[in-house]
Design a protein around this ligand. Structure first.
Ligand SMILES: CC(C)(COP(=O)(O)OP(=O)(O)OC[C@H]1O[C@@H](n2cnc3c(N)ncnc32)[C@H](O)[C@@H]1OP(=O)(O)O)[C@@H](O)C(=O)NCCC(=O)NCCS
Length: 175
């Protein structure tokens, strides 16, 4: 298995098409907004020859916490082909993404599927136990339905895990 780490700008159309195909195969509810959320940062791709077995990306967002706008590495589009699961492919794509977070961001964050919770916990991600909000064009609104499903990584000492976390705005799912 070969791991490729590259910015969106450095991926060719064949690589982007392979990521899109994997995401639409893995997620029943995959949409164009979700695709757009995964672009503009660093990608990790796991290749079996010319077949894409796994993918993860990390993009920059702002998370307001404790009166500060933290620079967050937000993880998106974590997917492993069904026949390649539980063979370390997910770990192989998350490793480089977590290295990017540790080296470049105040904290990592992501919205987890139920299926992936144990995977993230096993890698040291922690569930955000506090309140979650979104900074919408209409102002700050609570996102109650997301509470319990957002995980953070390598949080700085000043981050109060019990406090509020407010995500910047985007089309589609905000978390
Ligand atoms: C979540 C996902 C990316 C994990 O990828 P993977 O390649 O199977 O994960 P790995 O083989 O690297 O697993 C590493 C460790 O994570 C944990 N883990 C992974 N999947 C798990 C599961 N379904 N249940 C419990 N623990 C799990 C285990 O500790 C595992 O180590 P082990 O196999 O030695 O016990 C993969 O199941 C997937 O693509 N799921 C569908 C899409 C999805 O939900 N993506 C997450 C979006 S937030």
């Amino acid at each position: 298995m070969r791991i490729q780490v590259a910015h969106t700008a450095d991926l060719g159309s064949g690589e982007l098409d392979a990521i899109r195909a994997l995401l639409w195969e893995v997620f029943d509810d995959m949409g164009e907004d979700d695709w757009e959320h995964s672009l503009g940062g660093m990608h990790a791709l796991a290749w079996d020859g010319d077949q894409l077995a796994g993918h993860a990306s990390v993009v920059m967002r702002r998370m307001i916490h404790g009166g500060r706008a933290l620079r967050a590495g937000y993880v998106e589009a974590v997917a492993v082909r069904e026949d390649r699961r539980r063979q370390g492919v997910g770990a192989a794509v998350m490793g480089p993404v977590e290295q990017v977070i540790a080296g470049a961001y105040d904290l990592g964050a992501l919205g987890a599927t139920d299926e992936a919770v144990e995977f993230y916990l096993s890698r040291g991600w922690r569930m955000w136990p506090g309140r979650l909000y979104a900074l919408t064009p209409q102002g700050i609104v609570p996102t109650l339905e997301e509470e319990g499903g957002v995980f953070v990584f390598q949080a700085m000492a000043e981050v109060d895990l019990g406090g509020d976390l407010t995500a910047d705005w985007r089309d589609g799912d905000v978390w």
